[in-house]
Design a protein around this ligand. Structure first.
Ligand code: CP3
Length: 347
Protein backbone atom coordinates (compact mmCIF):
# COMPACT_ATOMS: atom_id res chain seq x y z
CA UNK A 1 0.00 0.00 0.00
CA UNK A 2 1.25 3.51 -0.73
CA UNK A 3 2.13 5.94 2.07
CA UNK A 4 -0.83 8.03 3.29
CA UNK A 5 0.40 11.58 3.98
CA UNK A 6 -3.00 13.33 4.24
CA UNK A 7 -2.42 14.09 7.91
CA UNK A 8 0.92 15.84 7.23
CA UNK A 9 -0.53 17.82 4.33
CA UNK A 10 -3.53 18.96 6.37
CA UNK A 11 -1.19 20.05 9.20
CA UNK A 12 0.66 22.19 6.65
CA UNK A 13 -2.60 23.81 5.51
CA UNK A 14 -2.69 22.01 2.16
CA UNK A 15 -5.91 20.73 0.59
CA UNK A 16 -6.47 16.97 0.75
CA UNK A 17 -9.00 14.67 -0.98
CA UNK A 18 -10.59 13.91 2.39
CA UNK A 19 -10.23 15.03 5.98
CA UNK A 20 -7.55 13.09 7.90
CA UNK A 21 -8.46 11.71 11.31
CA UNK A 22 -6.74 10.19 14.33
CA UNK A 23 -7.92 9.97 17.95
CA UNK A 24 -6.18 10.94 21.15
CA UNK A 25 -5.85 7.72 23.22
CA UNK A 26 -6.54 5.63 20.14
CA UNK A 27 -4.43 2.81 21.62
CA UNK A 28 -6.31 1.75 24.66
CA UNK A 29 -8.78 0.05 26.80
CA UNK A 30 -11.82 0.24 24.50
CA UNK A 31 -10.03 -2.54 22.53
CA UNK A 32 -10.46 -6.07 23.98
CA UNK A 33 -7.15 -7.15 22.40
CA UNK A 34 -5.35 -4.32 24.25
CA UNK A 35 -7.09 -5.24 27.50
CA UNK A 36 -5.78 -8.80 27.10
CA UNK A 37 -2.22 -7.52 26.69
CA UNK A 38 -2.74 -5.36 29.80
CA UNK A 39 -3.61 -8.47 31.84
CA UNK A 40 0.03 -9.53 31.45
CA UNK A 41 1.94 -6.25 31.09
CA UNK A 42 1.73 -2.82 32.72
CA UNK A 43 1.85 0.35 30.65
CA UNK A 44 5.50 0.86 31.62
CA UNK A 45 6.34 -2.81 30.77
CA UNK A 46 4.91 -2.27 27.28
CA UNK A 47 6.89 0.95 26.84
CA UNK A 48 10.13 -0.87 27.75
CA UNK A 49 9.47 -3.56 25.10
CA UNK A 50 9.89 -1.92 21.65
CA UNK A 51 8.35 -4.79 19.65
CA UNK A 52 5.26 -4.83 21.84
CA UNK A 53 4.98 -1.03 22.05
CA UNK A 54 5.19 -0.85 18.24
CA UNK A 55 2.52 -3.53 17.92
CA UNK A 56 0.17 -1.70 20.33
CA UNK A 57 0.78 1.53 18.38
CA UNK A 58 -0.20 -0.18 15.11
CA UNK A 59 -3.34 -1.94 16.40
CA UNK A 60 -5.66 1.10 16.10
CA UNK A 61 -4.23 1.98 12.68
CA UNK A 62 -5.34 -1.43 11.39
CA UNK A 63 -8.61 -1.61 13.26
CA UNK A 64 -9.85 1.96 12.88
CA UNK A 65 -8.39 3.02 9.54
CA UNK A 66 -6.98 6.27 10.97
CA UNK A 67 -4.60 8.52 9.01
CA UNK A 68 -1.90 8.76 11.70
CA UNK A 69 -0.41 6.62 14.46
CA UNK A 70 0.49 7.97 17.90
CA UNK A 71 3.42 6.41 19.71
CA UNK A 72 2.36 4.16 22.57
CA UNK A 73 4.07 5.84 25.52
CA UNK A 74 3.10 8.22 28.31
CA UNK A 75 3.90 11.85 29.07
CA UNK A 76 5.61 10.60 32.27
CA UNK A 77 8.29 8.49 30.53
CA UNK A 78 10.92 11.27 30.25
CA UNK A 79 10.31 12.20 33.90
CA UNK A 80 12.22 9.13 35.15
CA UNK A 81 15.57 10.33 33.72
CA UNK A 82 15.00 13.73 35.38
CA UNK A 83 15.44 11.68 38.55
CA UNK A 84 11.82 11.38 39.65
CA UNK A 85 10.33 8.00 40.59
CA UNK A 86 6.68 7.40 39.73
CA UNK A 87 4.19 4.71 38.83
CA UNK A 88 1.14 4.73 36.59
CA UNK A 89 -1.60 3.40 38.83
CA UNK A 90 -4.53 1.78 37.00
CA UNK A 91 -7.66 3.96 37.03
CA UNK A 92 -5.78 6.75 38.83
CA UNK A 93 -2.91 7.89 36.60
CA UNK A 94 0.65 8.97 37.36
CA UNK A 95 1.60 8.86 41.06
CA UNK A 96 4.99 10.37 42.04
CA UNK A 97 6.87 8.78 44.95
CA UNK A 98 8.38 11.99 46.33
CA UNK A 99 6.61 15.07 44.97
CA UNK A 100 8.76 18.06 43.97
CA UNK A 101 8.06 20.99 46.27
CA UNK A 102 11.26 22.75 47.36
CA UNK A 103 14.13 24.62 45.77
CA UNK A 104 16.37 21.60 46.44
CA UNK A 105 13.92 19.24 44.72
CA UNK A 106 13.94 21.43 41.61
CA UNK A 107 17.72 21.90 41.63
CA UNK A 108 18.14 18.13 41.68
CA UNK A 109 16.25 17.60 38.39
CA UNK A 110 18.80 16.42 35.82
CA UNK A 111 18.94 17.09 32.08
CA UNK A 112 17.84 14.03 30.10
CA UNK A 113 19.96 12.03 27.65
CA UNK A 114 17.40 10.32 25.43
CA UNK A 115 19.77 7.78 23.77
CA UNK A 116 21.23 6.83 27.16
CA UNK A 117 18.11 6.98 29.35
CA UNK A 118 15.26 5.99 27.03
CA UNK A 119 16.78 3.87 24.22
CA UNK A 120 13.67 1.64 24.14
CA UNK A 121 11.51 4.61 23.12
CA UNK A 122 13.81 5.53 20.24
CA UNK A 123 13.94 1.87 19.17
CA UNK A 124 10.10 1.75 19.12
CA UNK A 125 10.07 4.85 16.91
CA UNK A 126 12.63 3.25 14.54
CA UNK A 127 10.55 0.07 14.23
CA UNK A 128 7.42 2.10 13.52
CA UNK A 129 9.23 4.21 10.94
CA UNK A 130 9.91 1.00 9.01
CA UNK A 131 6.49 -0.60 9.50
CA UNK A 132 3.91 2.15 9.20
CA UNK A 133 2.24 3.44 6.05
CA UNK A 134 0.82 6.47 7.90
CA UNK A 135 2.80 9.18 9.76
CA UNK A 136 3.89 8.54 13.33
CA UNK A 137 3.06 11.28 15.86
CA UNK A 138 5.34 11.36 18.89
CA UNK A 139 4.61 13.57 21.89
CA UNK A 140 5.67 15.07 25.19
CA UNK A 141 3.82 16.55 28.14
CA UNK A 142 4.12 20.34 28.36
CA UNK A 143 5.83 21.97 31.37
CA UNK A 144 2.66 23.03 33.25
CA UNK A 145 1.00 19.65 32.82
CA UNK A 146 4.11 17.70 33.88
CA UNK A 147 4.72 20.14 36.76
CA UNK A 148 1.19 19.50 38.02
CA UNK A 149 2.00 15.77 38.43
CA UNK A 150 5.45 16.43 39.90
CA UNK A 151 4.14 18.91 42.49
CA UNK A 152 0.75 17.44 43.39
CA UNK A 153 2.16 13.90 43.29
CA UNK A 154 -0.99 12.56 41.64
CA UNK A 155 -3.85 13.68 39.39
CA UNK A 156 -5.51 16.77 40.81
CA UNK A 157 -8.64 18.81 40.26
CA UNK A 158 -7.67 22.11 41.79
CA UNK A 159 -3.87 22.27 41.29
CA UNK A 160 -3.56 24.14 44.60
CA UNK A 161 0.06 23.20 45.39
CA UNK A 162 1.06 23.87 41.78
CA UNK A 163 -0.57 27.29 41.74
CA UNK A 164 0.76 28.07 45.19
CA UNK A 165 4.35 27.55 43.95
CA UNK A 166 3.56 29.53 40.80
CA UNK A 167 2.24 32.56 42.74
CA UNK A 168 4.44 32.31 45.82
CA UNK A 169 7.84 31.52 44.34
CA UNK A 170 7.93 32.90 40.82
CA UNK A 171 11.68 32.39 40.39
CA UNK A 172 11.50 28.78 41.46
CA UNK A 173 8.50 28.27 39.17
CA UNK A 174 10.46 29.77 36.29
CA UNK A 175 13.41 27.46 36.91
CA UNK A 176 11.06 24.46 36.91
CA UNK A 177 9.44 25.61 33.65
CA UNK A 178 12.93 26.09 32.16
CA UNK A 179 14.08 22.59 33.11
CA UNK A 180 10.91 20.96 31.80
CA UNK A 181 11.14 23.09 28.64
CA UNK A 182 14.69 21.79 28.06
CA UNK A 183 13.45 18.24 28.60
CA UNK A 184 10.72 18.70 25.95
CA UNK A 185 13.11 20.18 23.36
CA UNK A 186 15.74 17.43 23.84
CA UNK A 187 13.10 14.71 23.75
CA UNK A 188 11.33 16.07 20.62
CA UNK A 189 14.61 16.38 18.71
CA UNK A 190 15.53 12.77 19.52
CA UNK A 191 12.08 11.59 18.35
CA UNK A 192 12.41 13.37 15.02
CA UNK A 193 15.94 12.00 14.49
CA UNK A 194 14.64 8.46 15.13
CA UNK A 195 11.84 8.83 12.55
CA UNK A 196 8.91 10.63 14.21
CA UNK A 197 6.91 12.45 11.53
CA UNK A 198 4.95 14.94 13.70
CA UNK A 199 5.17 16.08 17.33
CA UNK A 200 2.32 16.94 19.70
CA UNK A 201 2.82 18.87 22.93
CA UNK A 202 0.10 17.82 25.40
CA UNK A 203 -0.78 20.61 27.83
CA UNK A 204 -3.82 18.73 29.07
CA UNK A 205 -4.43 20.70 32.26
CA UNK A 206 -3.26 24.25 31.43
CA UNK A 207 -6.90 25.28 30.88
CA UNK A 208 -7.06 25.48 34.69
CA UNK A 209 -5.25 28.85 34.43
CA UNK A 210 -6.70 32.29 33.72
CA UNK A 211 -5.45 33.89 30.48
CA UNK A 212 -3.43 36.35 32.58
CA UNK A 213 -1.64 33.64 34.56
CA UNK A 214 -1.16 31.55 31.42
CA UNK A 215 0.46 34.49 29.63
CA UNK A 216 2.77 35.38 32.49
CA UNK A 217 3.71 32.02 33.94
CA UNK A 218 3.47 29.44 31.12
CA UNK A 219 3.33 31.01 27.67
CA UNK A 220 7.02 32.09 27.70
CA UNK A 221 8.22 28.49 27.95
CA UNK A 222 5.71 27.31 25.31
CA UNK A 223 6.94 30.05 23.00
CA UNK A 224 10.56 29.06 23.64
CA UNK A 225 9.90 25.34 23.01
CA UNK A 226 8.38 26.02 19.58
CA UNK A 227 11.08 28.61 18.75
CA UNK A 228 13.78 26.07 19.52
CA UNK A 229 12.04 23.38 17.43
CA UNK A 230 11.35 25.72 14.50
CA UNK A 231 14.13 24.20 12.36
CA UNK A 232 12.66 20.67 12.64
CA UNK A 233 10.87 20.02 9.38
CA UNK A 234 7.88 18.17 10.87
CA UNK A 235 4.43 19.50 11.83
CA UNK A 236 4.23 20.56 15.47
CA UNK A 237 0.92 20.52 17.36
CA UNK A 238 0.10 22.33 20.59
CA UNK A 239 -2.87 20.84 22.46
CA UNK A 240 -3.83 23.18 25.32
CA UNK A 241 -6.22 20.56 26.67
CA UNK A 242 -9.42 20.73 28.58
CA UNK A 243 -11.29 24.08 28.79
CA UNK A 244 -8.61 25.94 26.86
CA UNK A 245 -10.92 28.10 24.73
CA UNK A 246 -10.20 31.32 26.62
CA UNK A 247 -6.44 30.82 26.13
CA UNK A 248 -6.59 30.64 22.33
CA UNK A 249 -6.14 34.40 21.66
CA UNK A 250 -2.92 34.29 23.76
CA UNK A 251 -1.37 31.68 21.44
CA UNK A 252 -1.02 34.05 18.47
CA UNK A 253 2.54 33.94 17.18
CA UNK A 254 3.77 30.65 18.71
CA UNK A 255 5.67 28.65 16.10
CA UNK A 256 3.39 25.61 16.14
CA UNK A 257 1.68 24.47 12.93
CA UNK A 258 -1.51 23.09 14.46
CA UNK A 259 -3.57 23.97 17.54
CA UNK A 260 -5.79 21.32 19.15
CA UNK A 261 -9.25 22.48 20.25
CA UNK A 262 -11.47 20.98 22.92
CA UNK A 263 -15.20 20.63 22.26
CA UNK A 264 -16.30 23.71 24.19
CA UNK A 265 -15.20 25.99 21.34
CA UNK A 266 -16.68 25.49 17.86
CA UNK A 267 -14.03 25.08 15.13
CA UNK A 268 -15.07 28.35 13.46
CA UNK A 269 -14.82 30.30 16.72
CA UNK A 270 -11.50 28.62 17.61
CA UNK A 271 -10.02 29.74 14.29
CA UNK A 272 -11.33 33.27 14.88
CA UNK A 273 -9.71 33.43 18.31
CA UNK A 274 -6.38 32.17 16.91
CA UNK A 275 -6.45 34.91 14.27
CA UNK A 276 -5.23 32.77 11.33
CA UNK A 277 -1.95 31.11 10.51
CA UNK A 278 -2.67 27.74 12.16
CA UNK A 279 -4.26 24.48 11.11
CA UNK A 280 -6.72 23.25 13.74
CA UNK A 281 -7.37 19.79 15.13
CA UNK A 282 -10.43 18.55 16.96
CA UNK A 283 -12.92 18.50 18.51
CA UNK A 284 -15.74 15.99 19.00
CA UNK A 285 -16.69 15.51 22.65
CA UNK A 286 -15.54 11.92 23.35
CA UNK A 287 -18.75 11.43 25.36
CA UNK A 288 -20.76 11.76 22.12
CA UNK A 289 -19.49 8.25 21.30
CA UNK A 290 -21.88 6.96 23.98
CA UNK A 291 -24.79 8.17 21.82
CA UNK A 292 -26.48 6.54 18.81
CA UNK A 293 -24.64 6.52 15.47
CA UNK A 294 -27.05 9.09 14.00
CA UNK A 295 -26.10 11.63 16.69
CA UNK A 296 -22.38 10.88 16.31
CA UNK A 297 -22.61 11.41 12.53
CA UNK A 298 -24.63 14.61 12.85
CA UNK A 299 -22.06 16.14 15.21
CA UNK A 300 -19.10 14.91 13.14
CA UNK A 301 -20.65 16.37 9.96
CA UNK A 302 -21.02 19.78 11.63
CA UNK A 303 -17.36 19.72 12.74
CA UNK A 304 -16.24 18.69 9.23
CA UNK A 305 -18.35 21.41 7.57
CA UNK A 306 -16.71 24.04 9.79
CA UNK A 307 -13.29 22.44 9.39
CA UNK A 308 -13.51 22.61 5.60
CA UNK A 309 -14.29 26.35 5.60
CA UNK A 310 -10.51 26.89 5.50
CA UNK A 311 -7.55 24.68 4.58
CA UNK A 312 -5.74 23.03 7.45
CA UNK A 313 -8.12 20.77 9.35
CA UNK A 314 -7.50 17.45 11.14
CA UNK A 315 -10.43 15.60 12.72
CA UNK A 316 -9.90 14.40 16.28
CA UNK A 317 -11.72 14.30 19.57
CA UNK A 318 -11.63 17.22 22.02
CA UNK A 319 -9.85 14.91 24.49
CA UNK A 320 -8.92 11.23 24.79
CA UNK A 321 -11.14 8.25 23.99
CA UNK A 322 -12.81 6.70 27.03
CA UNK A 323 -12.33 3.02 27.88
CA UNK A 324 -16.13 2.71 27.56
CA UNK A 325 -16.13 3.68 23.85
CA UNK A 326 -16.99 0.91 21.39
CA UNK A 327 -14.45 -0.18 18.80
CA UNK A 328 -17.21 -0.70 16.21
CA UNK A 329 -18.55 2.81 16.66
CA UNK A 330 -15.09 4.40 16.46
CA UNK A 331 -14.35 2.44 13.26
CA UNK A 332 -17.76 3.48 11.83
CA UNK A 333 -17.05 7.13 12.76
CA UNK A 334 -13.69 7.00 10.95
CA UNK A 335 -15.36 5.60 7.86
CA UNK A 336 -18.05 8.30 8.04
CA UNK A 337 -15.46 11.12 8.36
CA UNK A 338 -13.63 9.89 5.27
CA UNK A 339 -16.79 9.34 3.20
CA UNK A 340 -18.59 12.53 4.20
CA UNK A 341 -15.55 14.81 3.82
CA UNK A 342 -14.64 13.33 0.41
CA UNK A 343 -18.18 14.12 -0.77
CA UNK A 344 -18.09 17.68 0.61
CA UNK A 345 -14.72 18.27 -1.04
CA UNK A 346 -16.05 17.17 -4.43
CA UNK A 347 -18.91 19.69 -4.33
O1 CP3 B 1 -3.15 6.23 22.11
C1 CP3 B 1 -2.55 7.19 22.57
O2 CP3 B 1 -3.06 8.32 22.72
C2 CP3 B 1 -1.07 7.04 22.87
C3 CP3 B 1 -0.74 6.73 24.20
C4 CP3 B 1 -0.82 7.77 25.32
C5 CP3 B 1 -0.86 7.35 26.67
N1 CP3 B 1 -0.76 8.46 27.46
C6 CP3 B 1 -0.94 5.94 27.14
C7 CP3 B 1 -1.75 5.72 28.38
C8 CP3 B 1 -0.75 9.16 25.31
C9 CP3 B 1 -0.73 10.13 24.14
C10 CP3 B 1 -0.70 9.58 26.68
C11 CP3 B 1 -0.56 10.99 27.09
C12 CP3 B 1 -0.94 11.35 28.47
N2 CP3 B 1 -0.70 10.66 29.65
C13 CP3 B 1 -1.57 12.56 28.81
C14 CP3 B 1 -1.93 13.63 27.83
C15 CP3 B 1 -3.19 13.28 27.10
C16 CP3 B 1 -4.44 13.51 27.87
O3 CP3 B 1 -5.18 12.54 28.08
O4 CP3 B 1 -4.71 14.67 28.23
C17 CP3 B 1 -1.76 12.59 30.21
C18 CP3 B 1 -2.41 13.68 31.01
C19 CP3 B 1 -1.19 11.38 30.73
C20 CP3 B 1 -1.10 10.96 32.15
C21 CP3 B 1 -1.93 9.74 32.36
N3 CP3 B 1 -1.48 8.47 32.03
C22 CP3 B 1 -3.27 9.64 32.80
C23 CP3 B 1 -4.13 10.78 33.25
C24 CP3 B 1 -3.63 8.28 32.72
C25 CP3 B 1 -5.00 7.67 32.96
C26 CP3 B 1 -5.16 6.85 34.17
C27 CP3 B 1 -6.23 5.79 33.97
O5 CP3 B 1 -5.93 4.61 34.21
O6 CP3 B 1 -7.36 6.13 33.58
C28 CP3 B 1 -2.51 7.57 32.24
C29 CP3 B 1 -2.43 6.13 31.96
C30 CP3 B 1 -2.41 5.80 30.51
N4 CP3 B 1 -1.52 6.30 29.60
C31 CP3 B 1 -3.27 4.89 29.85
C32 CP3 B 1 -2.83 4.81 28.51
C33 CP3 B 1 -3.36 3.92 27.41
C34 CP3 B 1 -4.46 4.16 30.47
C35 CP3 B 1 -4.11 3.05 31.37
C36 CP3 B 1 -3.59 1.83 30.67
O7 CP3 B 1 -4.11 1.39 29.63
O8 CP3 B 1 -2.64 1.29 31.23
Amino acid sequence: MSYNDRFIRACRGERTDRVPVWYMRQAGRYDPEYRKIKEKYSLLDICRNPELAAEVTMMPVRKLGVDAAILYSDIMNPVMPLGVKFDIVPNVGPVVEEPIRTKRDIERLRPIDVEGDLPHILETIRILDRELDVPLITFAGAPFTIASYLIEGRPSRRYLRTKSLMYGEPELWQSLMDKLGDMVVTYARAHAAAGGKAFQLFDSWVGALSPRDFERCVLPVIRRIFDELADLDIPKIYFPGVSSGELLPSLKGIKADVIGLDWRVPIREGRRRLGGGYAVQGNLDPAVLTGPMAVIEEQAADIIDQGLEQPGFVFNLGHGLFPEASLDKIAALTEFIHRYSARQLQN
